[in-house]
Ligand binder design. Structure first.
Ligand code: HEC
Length: 148
């Protein structure tokens, strides 16, 4: 118990300066891996997401490489369908990102779940192929207000 807390605390302090070590190293089983779906997902990503996100660099939004290893598919679907709701729910990671990028991502609630999973599939595939590490969000500043 004590040891666990110590590890967690050390992780938080280290995050701002040191690279963040992903917790889920193995590919999640729930993403399609066939070429047709990956190609379709890449096209949709280019149309809908690439204006703000690339996988390995900062843009208007955070780098998305490795995100499939720190957030579950359910969390990723929720975030993409309604980012403001996730931020308002007090989610620490979403609030840290919101503070950093100073803007909330638009809602993609019109996207059928299947297409969204298709967009996430190449992100996971690129993460695996290029061993991309998830973006280290600095979670340390306190959340100013609680809402929702
Ligand atoms: C207009 C810019 C913009 C577009 C377009 C956009 N995003 Fe974002 N995205 C952001 C910003 C800014 C954040 C961080 C703040 C937030 O979550 O609202 C973010 C955060 C995220 C996160 C959370 C990342 C993490 O590390 O926890 C995911 C996942 C995400 N976006 C996926 C997508 C996907 C998938 C698309 C395309 C369907 C997309 N975004 C389109 C700006 C954008």
């Amino acid at each position: 118990m004590v040891a666990l807390w110590a590890v967690a605390a050390a992780g938080f302090v280290a995050e701002a300066s040191a690279p963040f070590t992903p917790q889920l190293l193995s590919p999640p089983p729930y993403y399609p891996r066939d070429e047709a779906t990956l190609a379709q997902g890449r096209t949709l990503f280019a149309q809908l997401c690439a204006g703000c996100h690339v996988l390995d660099r900062d843009g208007l939004g955070s780098p998305l490489g490795g995100v499939t290893r720190v957030l579950t598919q359910v969390e990723l679907l929720r975030h993409t369908h309604n980012p403001v709701a996730v931020i308002k729910s007090g989610n620490r990671r979403a609030n840290a990102l919101f503070r950093r990028y100073q803007v909330a991502m638009p809602s993609f609630d019109f996207l059928p779940e299947e297409q969204l999973v298709g967009i996430l599939a190449p992100i996971e595939s690129e993460t695996e192929n290029f061993k991309l590490t998830p973006f280290a969000v600095d979670l340390t500043p306190p959340i100013e207000k609680r809402s929702g």
